[in-house]
Ligand binder design. Structure first.
Ligand SMILES: [Zn+2]
Length: 217
């Protein structure tokens, strides 16, 4: 399905051919046996107008065909290799941290958008095309015993009068890896360890903090 009337959520360009894509790629849904899963924290991630939970695998977003076939496709390959190609032990090097940060960020932005909200400033949004939006931070942790291996929650701001269209943060679980994405200064140590912006000291898979619930208090 293609249309040319909309603005791409990610690169913010208009007038390009658009495609409606699944936010979680088919390979990933298959890999984590997620075809029938719904978000575990319905109260924060369910749109108010919806009565039946939407399957995670059916979440879609409209992005331009150039983003979809270009950097998003490459990022998906890099993400898959980073978290599934080998056991998650040893150092998390800068390229891997960047791949994880960008994948969690683009996924978070699309999930927030699908909930009728926005994560981060539009002025920085298109930076995801070649790197990371300058206003976002990403924390990661491992989930001790997740009941499902694909999950997410969009935490909306409680102060609706101030900024109704802003998401507070978005958390995404893939396998046992949890990524929290929010604007700088939002996340706390209970959300994990800082993955982005890049830090100079070493980060190791086996040393990632362990959390026991997706929203982590
Ligand atoms: Zn685009």
């Amino acid at each position: 399905m293609a249309s040319i009337s909309s603005r791409c959520v990610l690169c913010l360009r208009v007038g390009l051919p658009m495609t409606r894509e699944h936010i979680f790629a088919r390979w990933l849904v298959s890999r984590v046996h997620g075809a029938r899963l719904v978000p575990s924290t319905m109260s924060t991630s369910q749109p108010p107008w919806s009565s039946a939970p939407l399957r995670i695998s059916r979440e879609t977003a409209q992005v331009c065909a150039e983003c979809n076939a270009g950097w998003m496709s490459g990022l998906e390959v890099s993400f898959r290799r980073t978290i599934f190609a080998r056991p998650r032990v040893g150092a998390l090097h800068a390229p891997e941290r960047t791949t994880l940060s960008r994948w969690f960020a683009k996924t978070a932005v699309l999930l927030a958008h699908a909930r009728g909200s926005e994560l981060g400033a539009a002025a920085h949004r298109a930076e995801i095309v070649s790197g990371m939006p300058d206003d976002l931070e990403v924390f990661v942790a491992r989930h001790r015993r997740p009941r499902q291996h694909l999950d997410f929650a969009v935490e909306l701001r409680t102060d609706r009068s101030a900024d109704a269209q802003r998401a507070h943060s978005v958390v995404v679980l893939v396998d046992d890896l949890v990524g929290h994405v929010a604007v700088h200064g939002t996340l706390k140590s209970r959300h994990g360890t800082k993955l982005w912006p890049l830090r100079t000291h070493a980060l190791r898979w086996e040393n990632l903090p362990v959390i026991t619930s997706l929203l982590a208090g």
